[in-house]
Design a protein around this ligand. Structure first.
Ligand code: ADP
Length: 388
């Protein structure tokens, strides 16, 4: 059986997708906590039901490459005769120049490696995933899909910081991320809501990482994430928007090094830091600790604030789409983020919202819940680029 494999290789996780040549989902896989003893793999078939896991040895998830081999062995036993004809990769950063998916080559790998300082916690792991796939499938074409690509058409005011111009020239810009998710939602709107797609839509991708994107007539016009995946909304362990004076304070007064600040910003802040309980929204929603409520309140307030800002940026609003683990499942967050936005024509129907219905709006502005699917965007791109 010929199939397209998609890989999303992170620092301690690996997400895989297996698709037929006709782009039907065959299987999805997720390995968590790579390199730790508690590492675990979940595999599911086309209908979401779990696929049997092979008996695993202690080293099976020691590295991303080992995790890839373990997951592939499981796919191979589930799909005898499996032949991977293309591999598509999620690459967090395409820099200034890469605005569309493209076939990976050694020179391109070198160029993408140079962007690692822009995304030190993601880019090297993404590229390590490409290396592992090249070693595993020598000669099989590999395609890069960039999380920044969807936003490359931003107007200058959404692309820049008010720093001396030389930094802009060096690439210190507002890139925006989660582009594969926005691409998917945009495609769903084109297919199922052609009128709304022509209008002004805010998409809130709320998962462990969270961002929002204003999309006008199918084009990203501004996004909450900027130079790095730290900007904008608070997230599971990242703070979102911060006064840069705080970083100066931490360096000068607390004597923190760059790596200590990096750890604070990427791993200790956000919902986890504020609540002191968990980075996981489900856990916070289930807690009666007042700090959990405060963390959720802050998260929802920042979303609401951005809805107002993005509506202003687009000169009005026709729709809001919630997606990502929290956006798709948390009625509380959706209701609280939209609460009080009646002046914009935004309302939420409590019963539809409680059921995670697709259409939850109760005002002039459409409010939709659409599950995202970044893997299918990568698979489509691989098929398209390679003309399969
Ligand atoms: P990732 O960015 O890692 O792909 P996800 O999109 O899976 O993350 O989102 C993970 C987040 O979604 C977690 O905070 C989790 O608690 C939250 N989530 C998942 N299901 C629910 C639910 N039923 N209610 C509230 N939050 C949920």
């Amino acid at each position: 059986m010929r199939a397209i494999l998609t890989l999303n290789s992170g620092s301690s996780s690996l997400k895989l997708g297996l698709f037929s040549e006709g782009l039907e989902t065959l299987a999805l896989g997720h390995v968590d906590r790579i390199g730790r003893r508690e590492a675990a793999m979940k595999l599911s078939g086309a209908d979401g039901s779990p696929l049997p896991l092979p008996a695993s040895a202690p080293d099976d998830f020691a590295t991303n490459a080992a995790a890839l081999h373990t997951a592939l062995a499981a796919f191979q036993s589930a799909f005898p005769g499996l032949e991977v004809i293309a591999v598509g990769h999620r690459i967090v950063h395409g820099g200034i120049d890469h605005a569309a998916p493209e076939r990976l080559s050694e020179p391109l790998m070198k160029e993408l490696a140079k962007l690692a300082p822009f995304a030190p916690l993601h880019q090297p792991h993404n590229l390590a995933g490409v290396r592992a796939a090249v070693d595993t499938f020598p000669g099989t074409p590999q395609v890069a899909c960039y999380d920044t690509a969807f936003h490359r058409g931003h107007p200058f005011v959404s692309d820049t910081f008010a720093l001396p111009r030389r930094y802009y020239e060096k690439g210190v810009r507002r890139y925006g991320f989660h582009g594969l998710s926005y691409d998917f939602i945009n495609g769903e709107l084109t297919r199922t809501e052609p009128e709304l797609h022509k209008g002004r839509v805010i998409v809130a991708h709320l998962g462990s990482g969270a961002s929002m994107c204003a999309i006008e007539n199918g084009q990203s016009v501004t996004s909450t994430m900027g130079f790095s995946a730290l900007e904008g909304l608070p997230m599971g362990t990242r703070p979102g928007e911060l006064d840069p004076g705080i970083l100066l304070y931490m360096m000068d007064q607390e004597g923190m090094s760059a790596s200590e600040i990096s750890s604070l910003l990427y791993k200790e802040s956000g919902l986890l830091g504020m609540s002191g309980i968990s980075n996981d929204m489900r856990t916070l929603e289930g807690s009666d600790d007042p700090r959990a409520k405060e963390a959720i309140d802050y998260f929802c307030f920042r979303i609401k604030r951005q809805i107002g800002a993005m509506a202003a940026a687009m000169g009005g609003l026709d729709g809001i789409v919630f997606t990502g683990g929290i956006g798709e499942n948390s009625a509380r967050v959706r209701a609280q983020a939209c609460d009080g936005l009646g002046f914009l024509g935004v309302g939420v129907d409590a019963a539809a919202n409680a059921e995670n219905a697709r259409e939850i709006g109760a005002g002039e502005v459409r409010v939709l819940v659409i599950p995202t699917n970044e893997e299918i965007v990568i698979a489509r791109a691989a098929k398209g680029v390679l003309d399969l």
